[in-house]
Design a protein around this ligand. Structure first.
Ligand SMILES: N[C@@H](Cc1ccc(O)cc1)C(=O)O
Length: 418
């Protein structure tokens, strides 16, 4: 099975400019292949991860990945998939984001052999207006540009000349990489088809119709319920651990639907056909065990955050599930309780009923509090407390920083000690 067959099996091919040609090429030699990303934010999210996971597969199959950070194109803004004009970023923002993304790419591609990261600001910023118009503009037909889906879909709302020009810039990138970095293939999301084919057309015009260049896009990933993949309640799922903690990241994957999990294993992990077939069987025969989801969460979290992050995430999950949170470190608590109800409490020891009712409002009344305590429904710092006269001492655990309460099986509260 070559890389294209593998991608097909993974459901990761949407459109190809020339399947036969590309198929021959990948069998013959190590191919230079690129994906670009514009620095519109200071972190990738898991939607961005899709084309880069595929690029990674090419790297693992012995091909040569080139990552373009769009310091130049990001200063303009790709109209693809946008319903209205973008607000320009300041150049400082672009530079800041560009640095952050470069760091993330180095982590993703660093462990497995060669790769290149280039910034299109380096060549796009050197083009003079006259050069741009004479050397490139002349090769683009306005009718063709208008007919590209990206532009056509925006004609009613309007599109600025700046964004209209974007496809030319991305095409210049492809040509530049073809000439100077031995790149022959561009890969991107389904919405990049117009920009990618605009690039192959340009190369064919200037380098000759027989120039071997190819474009490849990946289908838009949808959830079984028809909604967009990649959002959690908190919005985007980021690769930056400051924005989405590795525990939240792990949770995102483990919570996927049975109907989606196998497709995601194919997209986001390096497990092979027989490993995934086995997990698919488990989903059918023992869905309640959620083995496929666990494997998905482990694999993707390890790829993005490393082995230790997986261990931590599993440690936190197990503690929250069993209720015994007493062994968690304060760092694990920060991660695991980021989205749990949080209150502030004073450092003074307090009688449990008062603490639950007055200090934290976890319980609505004294009567209810006493009843829950007696029934064994209350845990403090992981230990069941059934004595209504118990005194909570915030200094007792977690470096005096937190008290963790659980009411019933699921309701956790984090009390931060002032
Ligand atoms: N236009 C691409 C990013 C990109 C930038 C430069 C390129 O050469 C290629 C791709 C996107 O918005 O996703």
């Amino acid at each position: 099975m070559n890389i294209l067959d593998e991608l097909k099996w993974r459901g990761a091919i949407n459109q190809e400019t020339d399947h036969e040609g590309l198929n021959k090429l990948v069998d013959q030699k190590s191919v230079g292949i690129y994906v670009g990303i514009d620095p519109t934010g200071d972190s990738m999210h898991i939607g961005h991860l899709i084309p880069f996971m595929i690029l990674k597969r090419f790297q693992l199959a012995g091909h040569h990945p080139v990552i373009v950070i769009g310091g130049g194109t990001g200063a303009i803004g790709d109209p693809s998939g946008k319903k209205s004009e973008r607000v320009l970023q300041t150049m400082d923002q672009v530079k800041h984001n560009q640095k952050a993304l470069t760091g993330q790419m180095e982590k993703l591609f660093g462990q497995d052999g060669k790769f290149e990261i280039v910034n299109n600001y380096d060549w796009l910023s050197k083009l003079s207006l006259l050069e741009f118009l004479r050397d490139y503009g002349k090769l683009f037909n306005v009718n063709t540009m208008l007919n590209k889906e990206i532009v056509a879909s925006r004609l009613e709302v309007g599109i600025s000349y700046t964004e209209f020009t974007y496809q030319i810039l991305q095409s210049i990138d492809f040509l530049h990489l073809y000439r100077h970095h031995d790149v022959q293939v561009q890969l991107g999301g389904a919405d990049q088809w117009g920009n990618i084919t605009s690039g192959t057309d340009l190369i064919h015009k200037v380098e000759g119709a027989d120039a071997k260049v190819y474009g490849l896009t990946i289908p838009l990933l949808l959830k079984a319920d028809g909604t967009k993949f990649g959002k959690s309640e908190g919005g985007n799922v980021w690769l930056d651990p400051e924005k989405t903690t590795p525990y939240e990241f792990y949770q995102f994957w483990i919570n996927q639907d049975d109907r989606d999990v196998i497709r995601y294993l194919k997209y986001f992990t390096f497990l092979n056909q027989s490993q995934i077939a086995e997990l698919a069987k488990k989903v059918e025969t023992q869905p309640e065990k959620r083995e496929a989801q666990r494997r998905l969460a482990e694999e993707v979290t390890e790829f993005v955050h490393g082995k230790q992050a997986v261990e931590q995430a599993e440690h936190i999950s197990a503690a929250l599930f069993s209720g015994d949170v007493s062994e968690l470190t304060t760092a694990e608590i920060e991660q695991g309780f980021k989205n749990m109800p949080t209150v502030e409490v004073s450092a003074a020891p307090l009688d449990i009923v008062q603490w639950l009712v007055d200090a934290t409002k976890i319980e609505p009344s004294r009567r209810q509090a006493r009843e829950d305590i007696k029934n064994g429904a209350i845990r403090i710092n992981g230990q069941k407390v059934q004595d209504v006269d118990f005194v909570i001492d915030p200094a007792a655990k977690f470096d005096g920083k937190f008290v963790i309460a659980r009411r019933g099986k699921k309701h956790y509260y984090l009390a931060r000690v002032k």
